[in-house]
Unconditional design. Structure first.
Length: 136
């Protein structure tokens, strides 16, 4: 029996501000948040490139200007954060939406890792598990 509850940790990002986007080599991107009601410093490591939705346009990592669009999404407050099987992770900001819903060939080992909560709460999403159970 799994103790996993969809949205339990991801939804805690609501009310936080995305203040930093850090590209680590050419491997992954870190999204850092602050401004919650505690001293938490959540960080979402995206090990697959997120899809960006902003101003009616969808941006993918190979698209010219992708990094600029992601950078322009900061600073912005998280208004919604959800995960669902078949839809992946969706973090809606005042400035746009960040979606992690890769195909299996886009995943090397892990999809994303959310950590940095003062209570030690963290979550690692992998293909074939939890909200990505459909990726096998």
């Amino acid at each position: 029996m799994s103790s996993y509850i969809p949205d339990e940790l991801l939804s805690r990002l609501v009310g936080y501000r995305l203040y930093s986007v850090e590209f680590v080599l050419n491997d992954y991107v870190q999204l850092r948040f602050d401004g919650g009601d505690s001293s938490d410093s959540p960080c979402l490591n995206c090990y697959v490139w997120p899809v960006l939705e902003r101003a009616g346009t969808v941006w993918r990592e190979p698209d010219l200007g992708y990094a600029d669009v992601l950078r322009r999404m900061t600073p912005a407050w998280v208004v919604s954060a959800q995960e669902a099987r078949g839809r992946g992770l969706r973090v809606e900001l005042e400035s746009g939406v960040i979606v992690l819903n890769p195909t299996l060939d886009e995943v090397f080992v892990e999809i994303a890792l959310l950590s940095g909560f003062e209570d030690g709460g963290w979550m690692c999403w992998r293909p074939g598990e939890d909200s990505f159970e459909d990726l096998r």
